[in-house]
Design a protein around this ligand. Structure first.
Ligand SMILES: [Zn+2]
Length: 82
């Protein structure tokens, strides 16, 4: 039998099982949610989450981080023109 890599949830530490609906979330400044893929799950730029509860916790934790880092896109300008 082929070697099966074991994945665990980055929030609660639960081991991945074949029947679970897991998610991958990019760790970039923009939160993007993907369905679980074993190939992508090996990449460090994705958080591995076991379900909606842990997904919500992850997003909540990272919303706090995002509030301290305003987007670098300057397409919205507020205030002085000069
Ligand atoms: Zn979890």
């Amino acid at each position: 039998m082929a070697y099966a890599r074991h994945f665990t949830c980055d929030i609660c530490g639960s081991p991945k099982k074949t029947t679970n609906n897991w998610f991958l979330v990019s760790k970039d400044s923009c939160i993007t949610i993907y369905s679980f893929d074993a190939g992508n799950a090996k990449l460090k730029r994705f958080a591995i989450l076991c379900g909606e509860n842990c997904l919500q916790k992850y997003v909540s934790q990272n919303l706090d981080l995002l509030q301290t880092q305003p987007p670098q896109d300057s397409s919205i300008n507020i205030g002085s023109a000069d």
